[in-house]
Unconditional design. Sequence first.
Length: 248
Amino acid sequence: MTTDIQQARIDLACSLRWSARMGLNEGVDNHFSLALPDDDGVMRGNRFLINPFGWHWSEVTASSMVLCDGDGKVLEGSETVEDTAFFIHSQMHKNVPSAVCIMHTHMPYATALTLLEGGRLEMCEQNALMFDGRIAYDDEYEGLALDEDEGARMASKIGNNAVLFLACHGVITTGPTVQDTFNDLYYLERAAKVQVLAKSTGQKMRTISERVRSHTRQQASTENARVADRHFKALRRMLEKEEPDFLN
């Protein structure tokens, strides 16, 4: 096992444990994955690490991550991959080159927006503006993702965006690294939460001008990665002190 793969395992385990701490998990469901290069060093989405079937996110470790190929064959690890996890993540890794890391959750506030007819994350708050122009919406719920066609359909919906809202289901964040993808997951839920809270007052929502939105999009294009790096390093430091077994 190379150092890079080991680091990938550690990063995934860290992100899963923190997601459980933050209440972004749901039972032993949902899944995070990270694509790895093929043996020739080219990233084709044919191999990826993913959390093991039946494990609670609070108990996962680096070594429990499963390495599988695009056909569902386990290449490393003694655990298995849940069916919907495989069909969603394999098709997205194959068909969305920018989706090196994929995180799918049913986190409550973001999922609440997917239950609303025409539900959208409104660009009227600073955290929400991190996602301005980066979100796609799938407004058609087609049941459990238990075949390649449904995974491919989801992949077709996200396009060049980083985030996908799945009607009546949940959300997916994607990115070039675990750090970037987790940071988006965290702030997406925060943005959805304050929107739900603000809407619950029944008062009129503020608006932000297109001029300011455009300016903030430019700022976010560089700041998001810096925030993600600092955020994830802090989370890992804390987890190494409090739950060092995740490194095993």
